[in-house]
Write a protein that binds this ligand. Sequence first.
Ligand SMILES: [Fe+2]
Ligand SMILES: [Fe+2]
Length: 248
Amino acid sequence: MRLFATSDLHSDYKENFNWLKQLSDTAYRDDALIVAGDVSDRLEIVRETLLLLRAKFRHVLFTPGNHELWVRGEPFDSIEKLKRILDLCEELDVTTRPLRLDDVWVVPLFSWYDGVFDSEKDERTARLSWVDFHVCKWPEDAAPLPDYFLRMNEPHLKTYDAPVVTFSHFIPRSDIFPPKEYLRFSWLESVSLCAGLDHQIRTLKSHTHVCGHTHTTFDLVIDGVRYIQNAVRYPRERTETSVPIKQI
Ligand SMILES: [Fe+2]
Ligand SMILES: [Fe+2]
């Protein structure tokens, strides 16, 4: 069984959905796919996309990104939306909890970004323009958000009887980011970094961690752990060398 990774499918873009549709219907029947968040904010598109992937792969493992937790005109908050997404995954036999494959455990990790800004100006700009601040609705008991999400992982922080691969939507380390001048906007790290994740990754003795969210491609080793992002991204962001899934 091979293990593949992807993230940020954003399949509400027809081009992206069709790109995934083109994946072979037979080549991955014995394989597993990690989807590290950001399929869509619309439940019916999440359903359609996960169903498509379930038909191609033996196992699909998923953790929600920020887009899944947007609530626009829906009569519930983002934590209720999270529950609905997890219920949908259960219904579709998409795994959101640790799963043992042949010779590896794959452990999904919930996360949310720390939201620490370098300056008040950056924070003001982000609060005006970053969509999460307008369409995520949080109950009071979910604060602080990174702690709320990381606490959900605690039952799974244990010793496993095979090597461990972990994945999250958000980025676990500051040193994964390129210098600020190369970022889409200077405060990207403030809405992407969940620093508490790396402690959990190391507690689990994970050898490889897959993440998403920043729509950047990387595959690097830091202090003995391999960090990978293979984001599908928005159609306008893709390059000729983009691949929808990457074997790890
Ligand atoms: Fe994304
Ligand atoms: Fe994201």
